[in-house]
Design a protein around this ligand. Structure first.
Ligand code: TYM
Length: 330
Protein backbone atom coordinates (compact mmCIF):
# COMPACT_ATOMS: atom_id res chain seq x y z
CA UNK A 1 0.00 0.00 0.00
CA UNK A 2 1.18 3.53 -0.71
CA UNK A 3 2.64 5.37 2.23
CA UNK A 4 0.51 8.08 3.78
CA UNK A 5 1.99 11.53 4.29
CA UNK A 6 0.52 14.19 6.58
CA UNK A 7 1.68 17.72 7.28
CA UNK A 8 0.31 21.08 8.34
CA UNK A 9 1.07 24.78 8.08
CA UNK A 10 -0.26 27.47 10.41
CA UNK A 11 -2.21 30.31 8.83
CA UNK A 12 -0.43 32.95 10.87
CA UNK A 13 0.21 36.02 8.75
CA UNK A 14 2.51 35.40 5.82
CA UNK A 15 4.01 32.18 4.50
CA UNK A 16 7.77 32.56 4.12
CA UNK A 17 10.32 31.15 1.75
CA UNK A 18 11.50 29.18 4.82
CA UNK A 19 8.13 27.42 5.01
CA UNK A 20 8.33 26.80 1.27
CA UNK A 21 11.89 25.46 1.09
CA UNK A 22 11.77 23.57 4.39
CA UNK A 23 8.36 21.97 3.98
CA UNK A 24 5.94 22.91 1.17
CA UNK A 25 8.44 22.14 -1.62
CA UNK A 26 8.67 18.62 -0.21
CA UNK A 27 4.88 18.34 -0.03
CA UNK A 28 4.85 18.97 -3.78
CA UNK A 29 7.49 16.30 -4.35
CA UNK A 30 5.87 13.69 -2.12
CA UNK A 31 2.44 13.95 -3.74
CA UNK A 32 3.85 11.93 -6.67
CA UNK A 33 5.10 9.13 -4.40
CA UNK A 34 2.55 8.80 -1.62
CA UNK A 35 -1.02 9.44 -0.52
CA UNK A 36 -0.75 12.98 0.79
CA UNK A 37 -2.88 15.00 3.20
CA UNK A 38 -2.04 18.66 3.83
CA UNK A 39 -3.79 20.71 6.44
CA UNK A 40 -4.14 24.41 7.21
CA UNK A 41 -3.92 24.21 10.98
CA UNK A 42 -6.14 27.11 12.03
CA UNK A 43 -6.69 25.74 15.55
CA UNK A 44 -2.95 25.89 16.14
CA UNK A 45 -2.94 29.54 15.09
CA UNK A 46 -5.44 30.29 17.87
CA UNK A 47 -2.87 29.43 20.54
CA UNK A 48 -1.68 33.04 20.29
CA UNK A 49 -4.01 36.05 19.97
CA UNK A 50 -5.29 36.54 16.39
CA UNK A 51 -7.28 39.21 14.66
CA UNK A 52 -10.39 37.27 13.49
CA UNK A 53 -10.55 38.90 10.04
CA UNK A 54 -6.85 38.33 9.45
CA UNK A 55 -7.06 34.71 10.57
CA UNK A 56 -9.99 34.12 8.20
CA UNK A 57 -8.06 35.53 5.22
CA UNK A 58 -4.80 33.86 6.21
CA UNK A 59 -6.53 30.46 6.35
CA UNK A 60 -7.86 30.78 2.80
CA UNK A 61 -4.57 32.27 1.58
CA UNK A 62 -2.51 29.44 3.05
CA UNK A 63 -4.69 26.92 1.22
CA UNK A 64 -4.35 28.98 -1.98
CA UNK A 65 -0.59 29.00 -1.56
CA UNK A 66 -0.52 25.21 -1.17
CA UNK A 67 -2.10 24.94 -4.60
CA UNK A 68 -0.10 27.83 -6.07
CA UNK A 69 3.14 26.14 -4.95
CA UNK A 70 2.19 23.05 -6.91
CA UNK A 71 0.07 20.80 -4.71
CA UNK A 72 -2.49 19.28 -7.03
CA UNK A 73 -5.86 18.92 -5.26
CA UNK A 74 -6.66 15.96 -7.53
CA UNK A 75 -3.58 14.12 -6.26
CA UNK A 76 -3.29 15.33 -2.68
CA UNK A 77 -5.96 16.32 -0.18
CA UNK A 78 -6.04 19.84 1.24
CA UNK A 79 -8.33 20.82 4.10
CA UNK A 80 -8.77 23.09 7.10
CA UNK A 81 -8.14 21.56 10.53
CA UNK A 82 -11.16 23.10 12.30
CA UNK A 83 -13.50 21.70 9.60
CA UNK A 84 -12.84 18.22 10.98
CA UNK A 85 -13.81 18.21 14.68
CA UNK A 86 -12.11 14.82 15.15
CA UNK A 87 -8.78 16.71 15.52
CA UNK A 88 -9.94 18.59 18.60
CA UNK A 89 -11.61 15.49 20.01
CA UNK A 90 -8.59 13.24 19.57
CA UNK A 91 -6.40 16.00 20.97
CA UNK A 92 -8.34 15.87 24.24
CA UNK A 93 -8.10 12.09 24.39
CA UNK A 94 -4.35 12.30 23.80
CA UNK A 95 -3.94 15.08 26.36
CA UNK A 96 -5.27 12.67 28.94
CA UNK A 97 -2.42 10.34 27.94
CA UNK A 98 0.30 13.01 27.91
CA UNK A 99 2.28 14.37 30.83
CA UNK A 100 2.73 17.90 32.08
CA UNK A 101 6.46 17.23 32.45
CA UNK A 102 7.01 16.20 28.82
CA UNK A 103 5.06 19.19 27.49
CA UNK A 104 6.94 21.57 29.75
CA UNK A 105 10.19 20.42 28.14
CA UNK A 106 9.15 21.50 24.62
CA UNK A 107 11.62 24.17 23.51
CA UNK A 108 9.11 25.88 21.24
CA UNK A 109 6.77 26.35 24.21
CA UNK A 110 9.62 27.70 26.32
CA UNK A 111 10.60 30.18 23.57
CA UNK A 112 7.09 31.31 22.75
CA UNK A 113 5.94 31.61 26.35
CA UNK A 114 9.02 33.71 27.13
CA UNK A 115 8.24 36.04 24.20
CA UNK A 116 4.46 36.35 24.45
CA UNK A 117 2.67 38.36 27.09
CA UNK A 118 -0.32 36.06 26.93
CA UNK A 119 0.48 32.39 27.51
CA UNK A 120 -2.65 30.35 26.85
CA UNK A 121 -3.26 26.79 27.97
CA UNK A 122 -3.58 26.05 24.23
CA UNK A 123 0.02 27.16 23.65
CA UNK A 124 1.06 24.58 26.24
CA UNK A 125 -0.94 21.69 24.78
CA UNK A 126 -0.19 22.72 21.17
CA UNK A 127 2.12 19.74 20.46
CA UNK A 128 -0.61 17.30 21.53
CA UNK A 129 -2.99 18.78 18.96
CA UNK A 130 -0.19 18.32 16.44
CA UNK A 131 0.12 14.67 17.51
CA UNK A 132 -3.64 14.30 17.05
CA UNK A 133 -3.40 15.72 13.49
CA UNK A 134 -0.84 13.11 12.55
CA UNK A 135 -2.10 10.05 14.46
CA UNK A 136 -5.70 10.52 13.32
CA UNK A 137 -4.64 9.56 9.79
CA UNK A 138 -2.21 6.75 10.67
CA UNK A 139 0.42 8.75 8.78
CA UNK A 140 3.69 7.02 7.87
CA UNK A 141 5.70 10.12 7.07
CA UNK A 142 5.61 13.75 8.23
CA UNK A 143 7.55 16.28 6.12
CA UNK A 144 8.49 19.30 8.25
CA UNK A 145 11.35 21.71 8.89
CA UNK A 146 13.95 21.08 11.54
CA UNK A 147 12.09 23.18 14.16
CA UNK A 148 9.33 20.56 14.42
CA UNK A 149 11.67 17.67 15.26
CA UNK A 150 10.96 17.70 18.99
CA UNK A 151 7.19 17.81 18.40
CA UNK A 152 7.48 14.75 16.18
CA UNK A 153 9.45 12.89 18.81
CA UNK A 154 6.67 13.68 21.28
CA UNK A 155 4.10 12.41 18.76
CA UNK A 156 6.01 9.14 18.45
CA UNK A 157 6.26 8.81 22.24
CA UNK A 158 2.53 9.37 22.71
CA UNK A 159 1.68 6.83 19.98
CA UNK A 160 4.02 4.21 21.45
CA UNK A 161 2.69 4.79 24.95
CA UNK A 162 -0.91 4.30 23.80
CA UNK A 163 -0.04 1.24 21.70
CA UNK A 164 1.68 -0.33 24.71
CA UNK A 165 -1.23 0.34 27.00
CA UNK A 166 -4.21 -0.36 24.70
CA UNK A 167 -2.76 -2.54 21.92
CA UNK A 168 -1.95 -1.37 18.38
CA UNK A 169 -3.93 1.84 17.87
CA UNK A 170 -1.74 4.37 16.09
CA UNK A 171 0.96 4.13 13.44
CA UNK A 172 4.24 5.53 14.83
CA UNK A 173 5.17 8.14 12.19
CA UNK A 174 8.60 8.85 10.73
CA UNK A 175 9.86 12.42 10.39
CA UNK A 176 10.98 13.65 6.97
CA UNK A 177 13.32 16.55 7.71
CA UNK A 178 15.84 17.93 5.20
CA UNK A 179 19.43 18.60 6.27
CA UNK A 180 20.17 22.23 6.99
CA UNK A 181 22.11 22.46 3.72
CA UNK A 182 18.96 21.23 1.95
CA UNK A 183 16.50 23.71 3.50
CA UNK A 184 15.61 22.10 6.84
CA UNK A 185 16.34 25.35 8.65
CA UNK A 186 16.33 28.55 6.61
CA UNK A 187 17.70 31.37 8.74
CA UNK A 188 16.64 35.00 9.18
CA UNK A 189 18.06 37.45 6.62
CA UNK A 190 18.88 39.91 9.39
CA UNK A 191 20.24 37.49 11.99
CA UNK A 192 21.68 34.18 10.78
CA UNK A 193 21.55 32.78 14.33
CA UNK A 194 17.76 32.76 14.28
CA UNK A 195 15.48 30.78 12.02
CA UNK A 196 13.44 32.70 9.46
CA UNK A 197 10.05 33.15 11.06
CA UNK A 198 6.74 34.51 9.84
CA UNK A 199 5.98 35.77 13.33
CA UNK A 200 9.05 38.04 13.37
CA UNK A 201 8.38 41.73 14.00
CA UNK A 202 10.96 42.67 11.37
CA UNK A 203 9.68 42.01 7.84
CA UNK A 204 13.22 42.44 6.49
CA UNK A 205 14.14 39.18 8.22
CA UNK A 206 11.95 37.05 5.95
CA UNK A 207 10.77 36.80 2.36
CA UNK A 208 7.06 36.21 2.05
CA UNK A 209 5.92 34.09 -0.87
CA UNK A 210 3.72 37.04 -1.80
CA UNK A 211 6.35 39.81 -1.58
CA UNK A 212 6.47 41.87 -4.81
CA UNK A 213 9.71 41.60 -6.88
CA UNK A 214 11.15 44.95 -5.81
CA UNK A 215 10.64 44.21 -2.16
CA UNK A 216 12.40 40.85 -2.58
CA UNK A 217 15.34 42.62 -4.27
CA UNK A 218 15.51 45.15 -1.45
CA UNK A 219 15.39 42.51 1.29
CA UNK A 220 18.13 40.42 -0.32
CA UNK A 221 20.27 43.51 -0.93
CA UNK A 222 20.05 44.40 2.75
CA UNK A 223 20.51 40.82 4.04
CA UNK A 224 23.45 40.57 6.42
CA UNK A 225 26.61 38.86 5.21
CA UNK A 226 29.74 37.65 6.99
CA UNK A 227 33.22 39.09 7.14
CA UNK A 228 35.50 38.32 4.20
CA UNK A 229 34.22 38.32 0.66
CA UNK A 230 34.25 34.72 -0.56
CA UNK A 231 31.13 32.77 -1.33
CA UNK A 232 31.75 29.56 0.59
CA UNK A 233 29.44 27.12 2.37
CA UNK A 234 30.51 27.04 5.99
CA UNK A 235 27.73 27.02 8.60
CA UNK A 236 30.15 27.84 11.45
CA UNK A 237 32.33 30.54 9.92
CA UNK A 238 29.94 31.98 7.34
CA UNK A 239 26.39 31.39 8.58
CA UNK A 240 24.81 34.30 6.71
CA UNK A 241 26.33 33.52 3.30
CA UNK A 242 25.72 29.79 3.81
CA UNK A 243 22.04 30.51 4.39
CA UNK A 244 21.80 32.61 1.23
CA UNK A 245 23.58 29.82 -0.66
CA UNK A 246 21.00 27.27 0.49
CA UNK A 247 18.20 29.53 -0.77
CA UNK A 248 20.09 30.01 -4.05
CA UNK A 249 20.67 26.28 -4.42
CA UNK A 250 17.08 25.23 -3.76
CA UNK A 251 15.62 27.90 -6.04
CA UNK A 252 18.06 27.36 -8.92
CA UNK A 253 18.78 23.63 -8.76
CA UNK A 254 22.55 24.32 -8.63
CA UNK A 255 24.49 22.43 -5.96
CA UNK A 256 26.37 24.32 -3.25
CA UNK A 257 29.68 23.37 -4.93
CA UNK A 258 28.47 24.68 -8.27
CA UNK A 259 27.54 27.98 -6.62
CA UNK A 260 30.96 28.25 -4.94
CA UNK A 261 32.59 27.62 -8.28
CA UNK A 262 30.41 30.10 -10.14
CA UNK A 263 31.25 32.93 -7.71
CA UNK A 264 34.88 32.11 -6.98
CA UNK A 265 36.00 35.37 -8.60
CA UNK A 266 33.15 37.64 -7.54
CA UNK A 267 32.07 39.16 -4.25
CA UNK A 268 28.82 39.36 -2.33
CA UNK A 269 27.36 42.11 -4.56
CA UNK A 270 27.04 40.04 -7.73
CA UNK A 271 25.98 36.94 -5.78
CA UNK A 272 23.15 38.80 -4.03
CA UNK A 273 22.02 40.46 -7.24
CA UNK A 274 21.74 37.07 -8.97
CA UNK A 275 20.10 35.50 -5.92
CA UNK A 276 17.42 38.19 -5.89
CA UNK A 277 16.57 37.48 -9.54
CA UNK A 278 16.47 33.72 -8.91
CA UNK A 279 14.09 34.17 -5.97
CA UNK A 280 11.90 36.55 -7.99
CA UNK A 281 11.75 34.01 -10.84
CA UNK A 282 10.87 31.21 -8.40
CA UNK A 283 8.07 33.17 -6.77
CA UNK A 284 6.56 34.79 -9.87
CA UNK A 285 4.65 31.72 -11.12
CA UNK A 286 3.50 30.98 -7.55
CA UNK A 287 2.17 34.52 -7.22
CA UNK A 288 0.32 34.47 -10.51
CA UNK A 289 -1.34 31.11 -9.70
CA UNK A 290 -2.20 32.51 -6.28
CA UNK A 291 -3.97 35.46 -7.90
CA UNK A 292 -6.04 33.11 -10.07
CA UNK A 293 -7.06 31.17 -6.98
CA UNK A 294 -8.47 34.33 -5.38
CA UNK A 295 -11.51 34.03 -7.64
CA UNK A 296 -14.46 33.63 -5.21
CA UNK A 297 -15.44 30.05 -4.42
CA UNK A 298 -12.43 28.34 -6.01
CA UNK A 299 -10.42 27.45 -2.92
CA UNK A 300 -13.57 26.97 -0.83
CA UNK A 301 -14.62 24.14 -3.16
CA UNK A 302 -11.23 22.42 -2.87
CA UNK A 303 -11.42 22.69 0.92
CA UNK A 304 -14.94 21.27 1.07
CA UNK A 305 -13.92 18.27 -1.00
CA UNK A 306 -10.83 17.81 1.13
CA UNK A 307 -12.85 17.83 4.32
CA UNK A 308 -15.20 15.15 3.01
CA UNK A 309 -12.31 12.91 2.01
CA UNK A 310 -10.39 13.14 5.28
CA UNK A 311 -13.41 12.75 7.55
CA UNK A 312 -13.83 9.22 6.20
CA UNK A 313 -10.19 8.39 6.87
CA UNK A 314 -10.24 9.82 10.40
CA UNK A 315 -13.48 8.23 11.68
CA UNK A 316 -12.40 4.57 12.14
CA UNK A 317 -9.23 5.53 14.04
CA UNK A 318 -11.08 7.84 16.39
CA UNK A 319 -13.86 5.29 16.98
CA UNK A 320 -11.36 2.53 17.69
CA UNK A 321 -9.56 4.67 20.27
CA UNK A 322 -12.85 5.77 21.87
CA UNK A 323 -13.82 2.10 22.27
CA UNK A 324 -10.46 1.20 23.77
CA UNK A 325 -10.83 4.01 26.31
CA UNK A 326 -14.27 2.76 27.35
CA UNK A 327 -16.37 5.56 25.88
CA UNK A 328 -19.89 4.45 24.94
CA UNK A 329 -20.59 4.36 21.17
CA UNK A 330 -22.56 7.29 19.74
P1 TYM B 1 4.62 26.29 10.87
O1 TYM B 1 3.31 26.76 10.38
O2 TYM B 1 5.39 27.13 11.82
O3 TYM B 1 5.57 26.02 9.65
C1 TYM B 1 5.15 25.25 8.53
C2 TYM B 1 6.30 24.36 8.07
O4 TYM B 1 7.42 25.16 7.70
C3 TYM B 1 8.57 24.71 8.40
N1 TYM B 1 9.43 25.88 8.67
C4 TYM B 1 10.69 26.00 8.24
N2 TYM B 1 11.47 25.19 7.53
C5 TYM B 1 12.73 25.63 7.26
N3 TYM B 1 13.21 26.83 7.65
C6 TYM B 1 12.45 27.67 8.38
N4 TYM B 1 12.92 28.84 8.77
C7 TYM B 1 11.12 27.27 8.70
N5 TYM B 1 10.10 27.87 9.38
C8 TYM B 1 9.08 26.99 9.35
C9 TYM B 1 8.04 24.10 9.68
O5 TYM B 1 8.96 23.20 10.24
C10 TYM B 1 6.79 23.43 9.18
O6 TYM B 1 7.10 22.17 8.60
N6 TYM B 1 3.42 22.89 14.30
C11 TYM B 1 3.55 23.10 12.88
C12 TYM B 1 2.26 22.92 12.11
C13 TYM B 1 1.59 21.60 12.32
C14 TYM B 1 1.99 20.36 11.79
C15 TYM B 1 1.00 19.43 12.22
C16 TYM B 1 3.06 19.95 11.01
C17 TYM B 1 0.44 21.39 13.03
N7 TYM B 1 0.07 20.07 12.96
C18 TYM B 1 1.09 18.07 11.89
C19 TYM B 1 3.14 18.60 10.69
C20 TYM B 1 2.16 17.67 11.11
C21 TYM B 1 3.97 24.55 12.66
O7 TYM B 1 3.78 25.40 13.47
O8 TYM B 1 4.47 24.81 11.43
Amino acid sequence: MAKRVFSGVQPSGVITIGNYLGAIKNFVKLQHEAECIFCVVDLHALTVPQDPKELYEATLNTARLFVACGIDPQKATIFVQSHVPAHAELSWLLECNSYFGELRRMTQFKDKSAKNEVVTAGLFTYPVLMAADILLYQADLVPVGDDQKQHLELTRNIAERINNRFGQTFKVPEPYIPERSAGGRIMSLTNPDEKMSKSSDDPKSYISLLDPPDLIRKKIRSAVTDSGREIRYDEEEKPAVSNLMVIYSLCSGLSLEEIEDKYKDSGYGQFKKDLAEIVVETLEPIQSRFNELCEPGKIEKILREGKERVEKIAAPTLDDFRNKLGLVER
